[in-house]
Design a protein around this ligand. Structure first.
Ligand code: HSE
Length: 315
């Protein structure tokens, strides 16, 4: 018998990984949202409660609601679902806040229904939430949120996803300046065409990065963490970007860039100790800026959304 209620942890994610705009992403350990889902006799989606952030309770204006509705419409189930969200990832942070809610909602609901849908199908439903949040149904946050590890979105139409090998020593450091940058705004400022020369360099880097991950060639990973297309435009919106990059690379980072659409920035490192050294170096830079920030040092989560044990109602 399927449980009537489930609690899930939905991880934060770093999308793009510099050169892979809209196609690459990875899941973080330890940073994420908690969601409680319960089947209801009443059809449709009820967002019962959102704690931690001020987000809409109307299901058709909430990314988790829209994603869950897409799943319900495709299923044979005639009842509905009630969702409570403990939001820990700030919207507009650049570490996949909307993706965590969308992915958590569809994964949890699928479990409650006896897992009728495959993971790629869940990615498709979760992309409806991304479309509501940013105006574009990109999958580079929801794919790693649902699949874990590092993921490649080869195509969104039709959806074609691949898991990329993650070197075990790979770690991340994310600095989140406490300013909000909406993904929809950070997408509007991008040009829609690129010169061929830039394209050639960018797809060389994407191929290099993926090869570097598979062969655990940290030199190749490092050289490939370069973005000549999106970063030059978006980095202008992030206070201290160049100083942060210099500090991260001097502290031993393999590379440094914008996490998703920003304002968070990320570094990839070989090993936890280097990630901690990068964190100290970034803090030293940002301490002088007067902008509040959060910093996360994390490995890459091999798992995506996962179930957590239910609290004992009697305790
Ligand atoms: N690929 C998306 C973007 C990710 O950069 O706009 C948003 O988190």
């Amino acid at each position: 018998m399927q449980p009537a209620r489930i609690t899930v942890f939905a991880p934060a994610t770093i999308a793009n990984l510099s050169c892979g705009f809209d196609i690459l992403g990875l899941a973080l350990e330890g940073v994420g949202d908690l969601m409680h889902l319960e089947l209801t006799e009443a059809p449709g989606v009820e967002i019962r409660k959102v704690s931690g952030m001020d987000l809409p309770l109307q299901a058709d204006r909430n990314v988790a609601g829209v994603a869950a509705m897409a799943l319900l419409e495709a299923s044979e189930y005639r009842g509905g679902v009630a969702i409570e969200i403990e939001k820990r990832i700030k919207p507009g942070s650049g570490i996949g806040s909307s993706a965590a809610s969308s992915a958590g909602a569809v994964w949890g609901l699928n479990q409650l229904l006896g897992a009728p849908f495959t993971t790629p199908e869940l990615v498709g439903f979760a992309m409806k939430g991304e479309e509501l949040a940013s105006g574009a149904a990109h999958a580079d946050n929801v794919a790693p949120a649902l699949m874990g590890g590092i993921t490649l979105v080869r195509s969104t139409d039709p959806l074609d996803l691949a898991r990329v090998h993650c070197p075990p020593a790979l770690h991340t450091c994310v600095l989140h300046p406490q300013i909000e940058l909406k993904t929809s705004d950070a997408r509007k400022i991008l040009k829609t065409t690129i010169p061929l020369k830039l394209g050639i360099r960018q797809w060389g880097n994407v191929g290099g990065l993926i090869t570097g991950f598979f062969t655990e060639d940290y030199g190749l990973i490092s050289r490939s963490l370069e973005d000549g297309i999106v970063e030059p435009v978006r980095s202008l919106l992030i206070p201290g970007f160049t100083a942060l990059r210099t500090a991260a690379l001097e502290a031993g980072a393999l590379g440094f860039g914008i996490s998703g659409s920003g304002p968070s920035v990320f570094a990839l490192t070989r090993g936890l100790e280097t990630a901690q050294a990068v964190a100290r170096a970034l803090e030293a830079v940002y301490g002088g800026f007067g902008i509040p920030y959060e910093i996360h040092v994390s490995g890459v989560s091999r798992e995506g959304v996962r179930a957590l044990p239910e609290a004992d109602p009697g305790s």
